[in-house]
Design a protein around this ligand. Structure first.
Ligand SMILES: *Cc1c(COP(=O)(O)O)cnc(C)c1O
Length: 481
């Protein structure tokens, strides 16, 4: 396919400016270019076709099944998009909220912030929430800074360590280190959950907190999560909940009730706002009573009948401009209001049911990393196929593309060899899940009979197998093989 710069013809154009009805005026020579801008000259139709065709090379939730584990690629109802695009919100300048004289014209937007924070606190069993963090990882950083601020205010022993399980997402230790902590890894046991004795042995006066994902990234609920919180609190440490997997429990069990002190939500995962491939997302956080004074400034509060801003002297300060990605939070707010408390229960119920359906259909062929039922995602392994037939998780991922499915997450969590992490989400039908499982079984059959075909996948995509290291470093190269 040609790039847009290789298309078009001199003099062709897509705009139809009205005839000039004022005297022509020339720019001063000093600001004029010496050479014309090297822009392509194209008709409107050329441009529309070019970008439409480019968009059709994408895999997205609107076009394909997208079982990317840990990412909760659920379908986003289009009505939330329409609400997020309402001009009353999109045309509002955030400085109106910051300026006393203008705050009266953005009361509706401030109500959304305040109400969304209230709903998130309710859903999580926490005391208060803050929409500022722009992504899950940013929420982790904010939470870790809150934990640091809390301990500093206690004037007690120096607590410089966060405990993080080996199954955690890589952002957890990265955020902890950015907040100034050392990290120590808690090992998983043979069942794929935290090894409690090892955890207890690591706990001590130097521990500021524990970062836990629950259900964890093996798709398993941590059975001793309440005991873990108890032990942490007895030792003066706080509990951080990585909310990326909230889809599995939302509406049914609340991190605050399990003993967590602070958490982030990935609004772009659990609450149906689009994933932006790096932005815009939202990693709103919620905290229990003890951490409220340290929340980022300013907080939106209702004073009489009016929404206004309030600063706390103990706050960690701002973590993002204004109120974070406000329009993302607005979509998620609309989703929460539309789905309601009962609807959230159905979300987690169907998310877990769908994952177990896939697990049940595939487990005899693609062996699960751990036995038993899973929560909202299942982690299978291609290790047997890798050793017997040379077919690795990457080959499975590429072969799925040829069959019209986005790949699951592969090689994560790091604890699983040749991992294939499948998260169907609650929005997929049984027919779609069956078609996906049929494709997985077809790939398994081919691995045994004609493995080489799988090494050549994908054969129907615009690009074939890339040299992944080169493709990331050298964007212009062909980078195959
Ligand atoms: C997605 C994810 C994160 C990070 O969230 P981002 O919004 O991508 O920054 C953290 N932990 C887990 C388990 C995740 O799946």
């Amino acid at each position: 396919m040609k790039t847009i710069f290789e298309m078009g013809a001199p003099g062709r154009h897509a705009v139809m400016p009205a005839p000039l009805d004022v005297p022509a005026a020339s720019l001063p020579d000093a600001v004029k270019r010496d050479t014309p801008l090297a822009l392509p000259e194209l008709s409107e139709l050329d441009v529309v076709r070019h970008f439409t065709q480019l968009s059709r090379r994408n895999f997205g939730v609107d076009s394909h099944y997208y079982p990317l584990g840990s990412c909760t690629m659920k379908y986003n109802p289009k009505i939330m998009e329409a609400i997020g695009a309402l001009p009353g919100f999109t045309r509002l300048h955030p400085f109106t909220a910051m300026t006393d004289a203008y705050r009266k014209i953005c009361q509706g937007a401030l109500e959304v912030v305040c109400e969304m924070e209230r709903l998130l606190a309710e859903v999580s069993g926490m005391t208060a929430a803050c929409l500022q963090p722009m992504a899950g990882a940013h929420g982790e950083l904010t939470g870790a800074l809150l934990i640091a601020a809390y301990h500093k205010a206690q004037n007690g022993v120096l607590r410089d360590t966060l405990l993080i399980p080996d199954s955690a997402h890589g952002t957890n230790p990265a955020s902890a280190v950015m907040a100034g902590f050392k990290t120590v890894t808690i090992p998983s046991n043979a069942q794929g959950v935290v090894d409690f004795d090892a955890y207890a042995a690591l706990m001590g006066e130097h521990v500021a907190g524990v970062m836990l994902t629950c259900p964890n990234t093996h798709g398993l609920f941590e059975p001793r999560v309440a005991d873990m919180a108890l032990l942490a609190h007895e030792n003066g440490a706080l509990m951080y909940y990585d909310g990326a997997n909230l889809n599995a429990i939302v509406g049914r069990c609340r991190p605050g009730d399990l003993g967590f002190d602070v958490m982030h939500f990935n609004l772009h995962k659990t609450f149906a706002t689009p994933h932006g491939m790096g932005g815009p997302g939202s990693g709103a956080i919620a905290v229990g009573e003890r951490l409220v004074p340290f929340l980022p400034n300013p907080r939106v509060v209702k004073d009489g009948g009016t929404y206004t801003l309030q600063d706390s002297a103990q706050s960690i300060g701002r973590i993002a401009p204004f109120f974070g990605n406000f329009l993302v939070a607005l979509r998620a707010y609309a989703y929460l209001r539309a789905v309601g408390a009962e609807g959230l229960k159905t979300v987690s119920e169907n998310a877990v049911l769908n994952a177990n359906y896939v697990l049940a259909r595939l487990r005899d062929v693609w062996r699960p990393a751990y036995d038993g039922l899973c929560m909202h995602e299942c982690v299978l392994s291609a290790a047997t196929f890798a050793s017997k037939h040379g077919i690795r998780a990457l080959d499975v991922a590429k072969a799925l593309l040829d069959r019209g499915f986005h790949a699951p997450t592969v090689y994560f969590p790091l604890t699983v060899k040749e991992g294939l992490m499948i998260e169907p989400t609650e929005t997929e039908s049984r027919e779609t899940l069956d078609a996906f499982c049929d494709a997985m079984l077809d790939i398994a059959r081919l691995a045994e009979t004609d493995a080489d075909v799988l090494h050549q996948a994908p054969r129907t995509m615009p690009v074939g197998r890339l040299n992944e290291a080169q493709a990331a470093k050298n964007l212009d190269c062909a980078c195959t093989g």
